[in-house]
Design a protein around this ligand. Structure first.
Ligand SMILES: [Ca+2]
Ligand SMILES: [Ca+2]
Ligand SMILES: [Ca+2]
Length: 475
């Protein structure tokens, strides 16, 4: 309005300091309506006309005495945006407000957040993360004032989205697992969810890329076990854990490659009788077992070659009638000196004592001979703590026929167990880089007419001793 009623008024440019930043040159009429400068002669016309006089931005009404009107332009809220656009439970929400004032007035902004329609009580451009959670709807009402007038506007609603569960890591243990170990898949840190959603999960094992079920415990959060009997040397095992919060799921895997199985050669006295049971026991313990091409008497060191074997089990029971070839004996001695494992049974001591042709074999025998024995049932006692005897009772009896050597451990060997008739019945010795375990029992001797349940090699404690012996020789 004209500051002096009835006076002549016009629109004049405001002093530059009041203009909006960015205003440059203004051209054209300064009057918003009725363009051009206006002088009014008729007072009635002036009054009527002045009620319509409005100046463009940056111009104010001034009368001919230089008095200016106090007309205010209200601030304008141009934009309210909330970020992040994909907001999660753990996010603080930040508002960006763009507002302006045609008069260049300094502006104050106030904020009123609401969460699901309830005032959040925060007058700040930031809503703290703990004031909102998954699924809640946020709006922000902004009020901008220029000291004279204020205007309000409300943001578009923002709904807090689901946060994925978190799996920190998946692990397969134990460290350095072999095919003798149960494999255990676990989450060292429990899975979490920022929304506190209830979590469910699955574990899927694959063996060389093929899905298999665990035979052990099946608890995603407590861990899942694959039993050693399900594993083989060179296996690649993968454990894939999937955790769901009901809306979305995450997956993480661990993988382990088992070392090759150890290779064991059985040089047999009889490939039947108790030998298949021994093969089975060794294989169940994770060993790869090969039978020699011939019986032990005919073993030459080339049927087969020992090159690819980690350990040799030498059964010399029913074949007491002959001594292994000299080249076979020498191959075994070389094998042990080079670090191979060697298990021998009787009648090695008998042949060494009775036959000069067995002289080469003598250097890898742990027992000397006084006499021999044939009996049904034997009573063993562990006398020295050792890995070889760690998994059998301190005292145990066998019920089958185990003919055997009566004697004592040779110089340099350590007796681990005795038997009531045999004397020293299990003895260990290290030769060169190799390890030897000798047994007084005579493998398949005396079993040709036995019921299979009476085979010496059917005895579970003797089989356990032989399995543990193979592993000890290869530690
Ligand atoms: Ca203003
Ligand atoms: Ca969630
Ligand atoms: Ca023999």
């Amino acid at each position: 309005m004209c500051p002096t009623p009835g006076a002549r008024c016009r629109c004049v440019e405001k002093p530059a300091r009041f203009q909006r930043v960015g205003a440059t040159q203004r051209t054209g009429p300064n009057i918003l309506r009725y363009g051009g400068f206006i002088f009014w002669k008729n007072p009635m016309t002036v009054l009527l006309a002045l009620s319509f006089l409005a100046c463009k931005d940056g111009f104010s009404i001034e009368d001919t005495q230089g008095n200016t009107a106090s007309e205010n332009s209200a601030p304008v809220i141009e934009r309210i945006s909330l970020s992040p656009e994909l907001a999660l439970t753990a996010d603080s929400i930040v508002a960006t407000v763009v507002s302006s004032d045609a008069d260049g007035d300094s502006l104050t902004t106030t904020y009123a957040w609401s969460v699901d329609g309830q005032a959040a009580g925060t007058d700040s451009d930031t809503l703290a993360a703990d004031l909102s959670a998954k699924g809640q709807k946020l709006t922000l009402q902004v009020t901008v004032g220029d000291g004279t007038e204020s205007v309000s506007d409300t943001s578009e609603p923002l709904i807090i989205a689901n946060t994925l569960p978190v799996i920190q890591s998946v692990r397969i243990g134990p460290p350095g697992a072999t095919n003798r170990d149960d494999l255990f898949c676990s989450l060292p840190t429990p899975p979490s969810d920022a929304d506190q959603d209830e979590l469910t999960g699955t574990i899927v094992w694959t063996q060389n890329g093929i899905e298999v079920s665990a035979l052990g415990a099946d608890q995603v959060f407590a861990g899942d076990t694959i039993l050693a009997l399900q594993t083989e040397g060179d296996d690649v095992w993968s454990c894939r854990v999937t955790i769901s919060d009901g809306e979305a799921q995450v997956t993480q895997s661990a993988e382990v490659t088992l070392p090759p199985s150890l290779e064991v050669l059985i040089i047999w006295d009889n490939a039947g009788l108790g030998t298949p049971g021994l093969v089975q026991a060794l294989e169940n313990a994770g060993l790869n077992v090969t039978l020699s091409d011939t019986d032990e008497i005919s073993f030459t060191g080339k049927n087969p070659s020992l090159t690819n074997f980690d350990a040799v089990v030498h059964l010399n029971g029913t074949t007491y009638t002959g001594v292994m070839t000299e080249s076979g004996q020498q191959a075994l001695v070389n094998f042990v000196n080079a670090g191979g494992g060697y298990l021998h049974t009787e009648w090695n001591a008998y042949e060494v004592a009775a036959n000069t042709n067995a002289a080469t074999l003598a250097s890898i025998q742990t027992l000397s001979r006084v006499s021999g024995s044939e009996a049904l049932g034997h009573d063993y006692s562990v006398i020295t703590a050792h890995p070889v005897v760690a998994n059998v009772p301190t005292n145990f009896s066998t019920t089958g026929y185990c003919g055997g050597n009566i004697g004592v451990a040779v110089k340099g060997a350590t007796a681990l167990a005795t038997e009531a008739i045999f004397g020293d019945a299990v003895a260990v010795m290290e030769v060169g880089a190799g390890r030897i375990v000798g047994f007084a029992h005579a493998a398949n001797y005396q079993n040709e007419d036995s019921d299979p349940s009476e085979y010496c090699l059917a005895d579970p404690n003797l089989l356990q001793l032989m399995v543990d012996s193979v592993y000890w020789t290869l530690e």
